[in-house]
Design a protein around this ligand. Structure first.
Ligand code: SAM
Ligand code: DTB
Ligand code: SF4
Length: 354
């Protein structure tokens, strides 16, 4: 049987056994699966934009945008379509293939739906894949986003079902699962992962991955965030997670969900180049690119281009956009060049890092 066969019946003991292997063996196993399923030198590039910032009614203890805590974040109402278009053009020019729009809502208000639909249509029309993360959705909202052409919906489980109530009390794990089911049923691709370093145990990390890997269909995208400590939040002084434990979790995610994109997500700004390289070696093959996440910092674009060059990593083109004309030129993008577009062994179009 291929190492990379997908399963969705993982027992927790099997997952903790993966974690407990000697580090090199775990990374080697993950790497072998990664090479079977993907071009290991290609990374998918997304850019994030906060389209509505702060004053969120939820009490997520890690978050700069929760209205329950006093943080430095300036609240901002829903951005105009023009502002979104401008930011999306910049992301496209920089070499991103997916544009992810995030809002600090428990769930999107009815009055915002027409504007959200316009944003999806506009960004998609520019040749970018679209992703939104807007909180919980009902069926009608999910269908409206699907009809507008939304490619991905991001909605994280964050941690294990057991640890979750220590971190968030204003909504339940089941609420999150219900939204994810609606997204999947509507035919929108699922982006779902979590945060490490919240003070959870290895068992919690294994149980988070078990939830993701045992979904009837694996999420197409699995963001693994490392807590960005935010002053003013209850988790501000949480002890930093050991880096090898972070890499172990990436490797386990790669083994459990062989065909998913595993995104090395928030927290990269506090990681060395070497730690990021180890994460890519362990199976991470997607990043957020651009100086800002939603409210927190991300590495400078120049630093990412340098790192990619040092590692011989290329940026992958969007699957659903094969044949789409990208506007970037060698001179103004860090990652992409139409000239250099080719197809790899897995038949996935990609660009050469320039
Ligand atoms: N409000 C929506 C929601 O919670 O689904 C969308 C935006 S929310 C900021 C998206 C995700 O970002 C969260 O689920 C969490 O996993 C991640 N996140 C938020 N703050 C973070 C932090 N300080 N460090 C790491 N990840 C964080
Ligand atoms: C995800 O898993 N991480 C992104 C995205 N999905 C929306 C958000 C990271 C937020 C980091 C903290 C901040 O920027 O405020
Ligand atoms: Fe609100 Fe999302 Fe932050 Fe939670 S993570 S407080 S839901 S913006």
């Amino acid at each position: 049987m291929s190492l990379a066969a997908s399963r969705n019946n993982w027992a927790i003991d099997e997952i903790t056994a993966l974690f407990s292997q000697p580090f090199m063996e775990l990374v080697h196993q993950a790497r072998s699966i990664h090479c079977e399923c993907f071009d290991p030198n290609e990374i998918q590039i997304s850019t994030l934009l906060s389209i509505k910032t702060g004053a969120c009614p939820e009490d997520c203890q890690y978050c700069s945008q929760s209205g329950h805590y006093h943080t430095d974040v300036q609240t901002e109402k829903l951005l105009s379509l023009d502002e979104v278009r401008t930011q999306a053009a910049e992301a496209l020019n920089s070499g991103a293939t997916r544009f992810c729009m995030g809002a600090a809502w428990r769930s999107p208000p009815k009055s915002a739906m027409p504007a959200l639909i316009d944003m999806i249509k506009t960004v998609k029309g520019m040749g970018l894949e679209t992703c939104m993360t807007l909180g919980m959705l009902n069926e009608e909202q999910t269908q409206a986003l699907k009809n507008a052409g939304l490619d991905y919906y991001n909605h994280n489980l964050d941690t294990s079902p057991e640890y979750y109530p220590q971190v968030i009390t204003t909504r339940t794990y089941q609420d999150r699962l219900d939204t994810l089911t609606r997204v999947r049923t509507a035919g929108i691709k699922v982006c779902c992962g979590g945060i490490l370093g919240l003070g959870e145990t290895r068992q919690d990390r294994a149980k988070l991955l078990q939830q993701l890997a045992n979904m009837p269909e694996h999420p197409e995208s699995v963001p693994i965030n490392l807590l960005v400590s935010i002053e003013g939040t209850p988790l501000e002084s949480t002890e930093t997670l050991d880096s090898f434990e972070f890499v172990r979790t990436i490797a386990a995610a790669r083994i459990l969900m062989p065909h998913s994109r595993v995104r090395l997500s928030a927290g990269r700004d506090n990681m060395s180049e070497e730690l990021q390289a180890l994460c890519f070696l362990a199976g991470a093959n997607s990043i957020f690119y651009g100086e800002k996440l939603l409210t927190a910092t991300n590495p400078q674009a120049e630093a990412d281009r340098t790192l990619f060059q040092k590692l011989g990593i290329k940026a992958e083109a969007a699957h659903s956009l094969t044949g789409t004309k990208l506007t970037g030129t060698k001179a103004d993008t860090g990652f992409t060049s139409n000239k250099n577009k080719h197809t790899n062994a897995n038949n996935i179009p990609c660009h050469t890092l320039t």
